[in-house]
Design a protein around this ligand. Structure first.
Ligand code: FAD
Length: 334
């Protein structure tokens, strides 16, 4: 019996898995593979079919070779062209669509990062598919779990589209290890689409501290810090004493105490470190949406009724301007 004659739904789970093929979109910056984007490979693994990786940009050979070491990847599709270095969706989306069509993939998976959020809705539109955003779990090849209402409810969604265009929450899928694999590297197709957008420049906040999105410890400051000077004076020594990344509430960012890239929450970064310490943060639902999956949550707030204490494992009611320097001093002596 010819396989194509059997409706998809009528096949056995093993037969379905054989037909599944996922393309994991991998990110790169300045010719270096962003290993955080290997979460897409871990997510693809849950589907059980074949997995290819996709990379594009200048000097892409090194990135492709690095990606090829990922155990679960069968193939890495690489497109060498500096026009894709900055991941502008205007030309990256048609590039991806051509490669999706050529590879006949059933699932295309990217991180729910600035890059993925920019790119995947456009890819979905070009393929006439419904994009499935920010998923936290894969139930089967067509059923996915995602949180809604700022993390207050969980929706299980089913897609009947032929090609599922998915972004995943990085904290829900640990990045696949760069080890044990030797995937084939293949040149992808390059449609060289016109790009009406021009990359002018970027102004990145540089820091020697751990990266907020992947750090195992995060200390975040809120409006309670009162000013940028106090934020830096109180939060940075605390972060250094713990070897932690620095985060901030939106109120702290909007007030200019901390850089935009440090915002944690619904409209900022979603983090799930081993330790999350909230200092002078009230615990609004939009903030909780970005940190409530942390393993241990500690909070310092002068208001014993602050909502942050409802999710905190450890709480300290007191004035942060006294308590945090005291804590930092003790940590430095320990
Ligand atoms: P506040 O709510 O003002 O809390 C300050 C806290 O500091 C208080 O609890 C106070 O008791 C405490 N405090 C003050 N002085 C001291 C002291 N001396 N010692 C100890 N404690 C002290 N917010 C986010 O954080 N991230 C988001 O991504 C985000 N996205 C949003 C999206 C939308 C659509 C909307 C509508 C809102 C969003 N917000 C987000 C904003 C959110 O609703 C809150 O306004 C914000 O989180 C409040 O920040 P905060 O806790 O720092 O400030």
């Amino acid at each position: 019996l010819c396989e194509a004659a059997t409706p998809f739904a009528a096949r056995s789970p093993a037969a379905i898995r054989r037909l599944l093929s996922a393309l994991a979109i991998l990110e790169q910056r300045d010719g270096k593979l962003n290993t955080g984007s290997l979460s897409a490979v871990t997510a693809a693994e849950k589907l059980g079919g074949s997995i290819h990786g996709f990379v594009a940009g200048s000097s892409i050979k090194g990135v492709a070779e690095e990606a090829a070491k990922v155990d679960r990847l069968e193939k890495v599709i690489a497109v060498e062209n500096g026009a894709y270095d900055k991941g502008l969706p205007e030309n990256y989306a048609p590039l991806l669509v051509e490669n999706i069509k050529k590879g006949g993939y059933t699932h295309v998976i990217a991180g729910h990062t600035a890059f993925g959020k920019n790119l995947m809705p456009r890819v979905a539109a070009l393929l006439d598919s419904q994009q499935i955003s920010d998923i936290t779990s894969i139930e089967d090849e067509k059923t996915f779990v995602r949180s809604i209402y700022a993390g207050n409810a969980v929706a299980t969604v089913e897609s009947s589209d032929d090609i599922k265009i998915i972004t995943i929450r990085g904290t829900a899928f640990p990045a696949a290890e760069v080890a044990g694999g030797s995937a084939a590297i293949e040149d992808g197709v390059d449609p060289k689409a016109d790009c009406p957008t021009e990359w002018i420049s970027e102004d990145l906040a540089k820091s020697d501290r751990p990266d907020l999105a992947t750090a195992t410890k995060v200390v975040s400051g809120g409006r309670g810090l009162k000013s940028k000077e106090e934020f830096d004076k109180i939060m940075l020594p605390l972060a250094d004493s713990l070897g932690a990344a620095v985060g901030a509430s939106r109120a702290a960012v909007d007030s200019g105490y901390a850089d935009n890239s440090l915002q944690v929450g619904q409209t900022g970064k979603v983090v799930a470190p081993q330790l999350y310490m909230a200092v002078g943060i009230s615990g609004a639902i939009q903030h909780l949406a970005g940190m409530k999956d942390s393993k241990v949550i500690a909070a310092i707030n002068k208001d014993a009724d602050a909502p942050i204490f409802q999710v905190a494992d450890v709480g300290l009611v007191g004035d942060l301007f006294e308590k945090v320097p005291e804590l930092t001093e003790k940590l430095n002596k320990a």
